[in-house]
Design a protein around this ligand. Sequence first.
Ligand code: GLC
Ligand code: GLC
Length: 665
Amino acid sequence: MFQYLLHQKIKKICNEQLLDIAGVDHAFYIRFIANANALQDLYNTIYGNQKNATQDFDALLVLIIESYKLRKPVFRKKDQIKEQQSAWFTSNQITGMSLYVDRFAGSLKAMPERLNYLQELGVNFLHLMPLFESPEGESDGGYAVSDFRKIDARFGTLNEFKILQEKMQAAGMYLMIDIVLNHTSHHHEWALKAKAGDKKFQDYYYMYDSREIPDQFDATMPEIFPESSPGSFTYVPECNKWAMTVFHNYQWDLNYTNPAVFNAMLSNVFFYANLGVDILRIDAPAFIWKQLGTTCQNLPEAHTLLRLIKQCVHIATPGMAILGEAIVAPKEIMKYFGTESFTAKECDVAYNATQMALQWDALATGDTRVMLAAQHELLQKPFGTTWITYTRCHDDIGLGYDDSMIAAAGFNAYEHRKFLKEYYSGSFQNSPAKGALFSVNPKTQDARISGSLASLCGLEKALLSVPKNNNQSDSNVKDAIQNNSEIDAAIAKIILMQAQSMFLGGIPMLFYGDEVGYTNDYSYLGDPGKSYDNRWMHRPIIDWEKNALAKQKGTIENRIFSATQRLIQLRKSLAVFSDTKNITWLSPHNIHVAGFIRYNEEKKMYCLFNFNNKAAYITWFLFKEHGLAPIELVDLWSGKKHKVGSDHEYLVMEPYQFAVFELLN
Ligand code: GLC
Ligand code: GLC
């Protein structure tokens, strides 16, 4: 719709800001005008009834223009290139790793010298875990931010961050950091002013004089950390009020009904965009809108706010894609890509948390039916958006898929989840896994799972049978490692898990340490700032001597590293693994084997994964029911060729084997 007044207003501000809208700034101006209506509608949906709505909206327009003006030419150039590529983040050329700068390299300054290692592995996209100022001991791994613009001294300086960004860019690497949108640390300047009684800043948060409203909220809000931070409110003695704290008691929830909060946080979003961030990870977006009588998760207004952010970013800093970290029910995750007229206009990327958890489900049960039952939902993802595919991240594994999906596979949902929790926390008899339950809710018995990829796949327990000696070149130790079927099985499981997340479609995001098989680290128990949170067991401190074993043939590190490296190379070598919504799940010919076809105009690749600890038999008919009748297949992973037999004969897959079949003729 043509809105004369709005367009005139934008033109006027552009002129006041000395933009050359007929010249170099033309593309920006066009983007602005083209999106102005949507921007205003979204804004008014949330803030239209506020008494200063017009002034606040005008301030937003100015902020967009100022942020565009601050964008360095080199980033504007990148914006242009990315726009021409359209949905650049769906490419099979991108492989990510998520890491803590301090635990991985020591500091920001030391990061550049580690880029080679990452490039050798094939990683060209980094998610740097939160780096902005966050009080030691009350940091939630950096997710309790006390200053959104100051790098925490633990990591280094903003200048060192900029140098790292430049080096990464020169090396053709992409960068992701977080914006912790939902809350601040109680040491943030706004919180400090609120504590001191400043009404203006108390209105930045949800603060109440008595328990009356908090009790009403608590009645319907699920607890996130029921063990360490029960309830969703914390008493603040300094001002004698109750503040909403959905996560830890030191993380105060921001109040987005206040337009000043929105503008201030949007300004931080732009600050990050102008640091050269390629994908912005919006932390915990499901929580940003609260309403009495609801769970305060996934509310429609949360989506409106995300769309508003997306519009603003699209206008001013269009090269920065948005990842919504919504770890919620499958149907709800899907909505973060946008719905109806906003389809593919909300978050560009989301975590495929459902699939991640389902891979763990299949690995424990050896049965892939629940995974298959969930796919109809996951296939709803809109064209032009993509997933982060992963096996582990810094957080726990939540079994957040639907009961109906479990029921569709013929299991009782409660018993099934109970089994999975016992299996991975190691209490199930003979379970090879060694993890722990995270955030057990004593009221509901809900729990999530902590543990590193290697430990959950059985490597930690398998290593117990190896003589205690860290020197892997010692011949006794070498033998014990090389002739150990439990170690072999654990490694096979690790690679199987990585392989499925690699070929599924989406940006694979490795978690640092997993590429060389780090097992759980229990040293967090000795640190009072971490001991209450067992997610720290799977956040290793990198020992570069251990990682150097990746180069020594036959070591565990070498076996995992080189397989991971080969997986990345294989994915990068075939355009069919880009995410163009080009996946078809295979109907089950064997419940232990999950399979899908990835296709484009030239190729059809059959990817099969045996999640069982026994060999699996697949009838050759599987390769014929999709319109082709191949005579021969080659597994690009093992290099093995297979003649396709008659329909009643079988392809045999070894325990935990996977294959990436190309049809030869
Ligand atoms: C996200 C982060 C998690 C953090 C939480 C609160 O879920 O991934 O680590 O605890 O947000 O910020
Ligand atoms: C956020 C995430 C959830 C995680 C929690 C704590 O709620 O969405 O997955 O369990 O933070 O890590």
